[in-house]
Ligand binder design. Structure first.
Ligand SMILES: NC(=O)c1ccc[n+]([C@@H]2O[C@H](COP(=O)([O-])OP(=O)(O)OC[C@H]3O[C@@H](n4cnc5c(N)ncnc54)[C@H](O)[C@@H]3O)[C@@H](O)[C@H]2O)c1
Length: 346
């Protein structure tokens, strides 16, 4: 890794009310205001939170550019010490601290929900700054975006099926959905409606009834990851594709919403060598941000915004076609497309 700072501006500040480390990283505003969610998670140390913020902000720049949005990438991370649980008053104080740091960016960056935060938290942040997306609909926002992220994932799965198997029809195709949370649960429902055969897993056994309600076979997370299926759908946390896990995979293709699925860029080459088609998550997972920007900034109807989200299928096809034509990995092709749109930033 080089010692260069791949970000336009980074603020690391101890919250005046909470005393917790609030990190806001803006990677790029070359295309416009930077967007990126607010992550509230435990880290061994704030330095890990800073590294995460920088990495996630850079990924948001690529995600926005590839989605055709006039926005750059940023991220907010609050690094909670291990074991730290916030009571409601402490959470409110922290979110006000977050709002103050975001306000100091003067509108060059806006946030939204991410791991550990939801639409209601955006209402609290908005008490300190207007630069907030995805408040609940009654509070003037576009609400939880995960359903639209799932719509985008479905469009991506059809594009992958067409590219890998010659037909976008999902009926009769087999899928392993790893993680049945807000996005994964909706993806499983949509796949079941499309007539697909499903395996599903989650570390939360409470999700089993949901899976079985969609006709999915419930398996362990490891069996889901290594299942012999047409397409693996990572919908839990990132970092699951590694030099260790890739040799164990038996799927033909991978496409899902989980952010940062590859533990390192070199893992894309390992997947390519094994003949497994990997759809870059920065393209697959953009539905939520596409919908929020279309509704909240461009005042489009949800139907118009949803049609834009389905455009992810065409974007992914273009990336996969470039990869095929140049003999490169889809990751390298996505990098090439993003660089063409925003210029090399790193
Ligand atoms: N919500 C969105 O709109 C959105 C947008 C873009 C990207 N993403 C990404 O998609 C992923 C899922 O997001 P979400 O909003 O559905 O989150 P979520 O927290 O609602 O769901 C995640 C699910 O994964 C499960 N899980 C966690 N670790 C697991 C493991 N090791 N094995 C199996 N299951 C595990 C959790 O129990 C949970 O049910 C995340 O990586 C997120 O960053 C979400």
């Amino acid at each position: 890794m080089s010692g260069d700072l791949h970000a336009e501006r980074v603020v690391l500040q101890r919250g005046a009310r909470s005393g917790l480390p609030v990190i806001v990283a803006v990677h790029s505003t070359a295309l416009g205001q930077a967007l990126g969610g607010c992550r509230l998670a435990q880290y061994p140390d704030w330095r890990y939170g800073l590294a995460d913020a920088l990495r996630l902000a850079a990924a948001m720049s690529d995600k926005c550019a590839l989605a055709g949005l006039a926005h750059g990438g940023g991220k907010t991370v609050v690094a909670l010490p291990p074991g730290r649980v916030l009571d409601p008053a402490g959470r409110r104080d922290l979110l006000h601290d977050v709002g103050d740091v975001i306000a100091s960016f003067g509108g060059t960056y806006a946030t939204g929900p991410d791991v550990g935060t939801g639409p209601d938290d955006m209402v609290t942040i908005a008490e300190r700054t207007p630069w907030v997306f995805c408040r609940p609909v009654p509070a003037g926002g576009s609400g939880d975006s995960s359903e639209y992220t799932a719509v985008g994932v479905l469009a991506a799965l059809r594009a992958v099926a067409a590219h890998r198997f010659g037909s976008a029809d999902l009926a009769g195709r087999s899928f392993a959905v790893l993680g049945l949370g807000r996005v994964g649960g909706s993806v499983a429902r949509m796949l079941a409606e499309a007539g697909a055969t499903l395996l599903a897993a989650d570390v939360d056994a409470g999700r089993r009834a949901l899976a079985e309600g969609y006709g999915a076979t419930w398996v362990s997370p490891h069996d889901c990851l290594t299942a012999d299926v047409d397409i693996l759908v990572p919908a839990a946390l990132g970092g699951l594709l590694t030099a260790r896990s890739v040799p164990e995979l038996r799927c033909a293709a991978i496409a899902g919403p989980a952010n940062n699925q590859l533990d390192s860029p070199a893992t894309a080459d390992l997947l390519h060598e094994r003949g497994i088609l990997w759809a870059p998550d920065i393209v697959v997972s953009a539905g939520g941000v596409i919908h929020a920007v279309a509704v909240e900034l461009h005042h489009e109807t949800s139907a118009q915004a949803t049609a834009r989200v389905r455009g992810i299928g065409g974007t992914l096809t273009a990336v996969l076609d470039t990869a095929r034509a140049t003999g490169s990995t889809p990751a390298a092709a996505a990098r090439h497309h993003a660089d063409r749109l925003i210029g090399p930033t790193g």
